[in-house]
Design a protein around this ligand. Structure first.
Ligand code: HEC
Length: 105
């Protein structure tokens, strides 16, 4: 019985690992995108992010992160720092295309 449980445990671990890798690489299943559509789209469509740069409150990646952080406080979800980062990256990748400060990302 112990052996069977150990086997089930390692199979489940393998599946979780594979799933984690798949999520990390798939941009279609972007956690930032899911968070945005779950919590941020009550007030605005994503069209608000397609403004010309001069009209936008966002001039660089630090601005974008600051806005996301502030907006996150308006939602009913308690965003973690990691989730803020995921949403920031998602919006940047999809809309703002600001240069990322950190190299290699
Ligand atoms: C309570 C309503 C509300 C919620 C919820 C909300 N926003 Fe907003 N958001 C606004 C308003 C209002 C503006 C300003 C629109 C304007 O300037 O005309 C805005 C603007 C923005 C901008 C700046 C757009 C630009 O380029 O000028 C970003 C980025 C943004 N929101 C991200 C988010 C994110 C990410 C979330 C979820 C964490 C979110 N918002 C949730 C109301 C909201």
């Amino acid at each position: 019985m112990g052996e069977v449980m150990a086997m089930i445990g390692s199979v489940a671990g393998g599946v979780a690992l594979a799933l984690g890798c798949a999520l990390a690489h798939a941009s279609a299943d972007d956690p930032g995108r899911s968070l945005y559509s779950a919590y941020c789209s009550d007030c605005h469509y994503e069209r608000v992010h397609q403004r010309v740069r001069e009209a936008s409150a966002v001039k660089n990646l630090a601005d974008l992160r600051a806005v996301v952080e502030r907006r996150a406080g308006y939602t009913k979800h308690a965003f973690t720092a990691e989730e803020i980062e995921q949403v920031t990256r998602y919006l940047n990748r999809e809309y703002y295309k600001l240069p990322e400060a950190r190299p290699g990302r």
